[in-house]
Design a protein around this ligand. Sequence first.
Ligand code: 5GP
Ligand code: ZN
Length: 113
Amino acid sequence: MPGACVFCKIAAGEIPATMVKGGDGMLAFRDLNPQAPTHVLVIPTDHLASLNDAKDPRLLGGLLAFAREVARAEGIAERGYRVVVNTNPDGGQTVFHLHLHLLGGRPMKWPPG
Ligand code: 5GP
Ligand code: ZN
């Protein structure tokens, strides 16, 4: 339920977060528990539970372009970064409001755990 969703509350300004970028129905803010020197979450401000629920490919493209802009602004675009969308339990999703993780500032390992 969107009213109880932590990322909806961040989007509404009801709970604090360190904002990075906003606009066009999207928001980027720093992860509370960063897994890399840069760890930013990119969300649509409207609630969608997961990637499975995002029907609009323009929204998905917009989120990806938004994450790329944040990567540039964070100064990690050239060295490289990773964008991750954990989806449902096997994907490791814990917050059920669609979000992209933008991770960078260190070399990433492959395969992921
Ligand atoms: P998931 O596991 O669903 O892919 O990622 C959820 C992410 O949200 C986690 O990396 C977690 O640290 C982050 N997170 C959870 N609650 C909050 C919060 O209240 N504020 C912020 N900034 N990040 C949060
Ligand atoms: Zn939400």
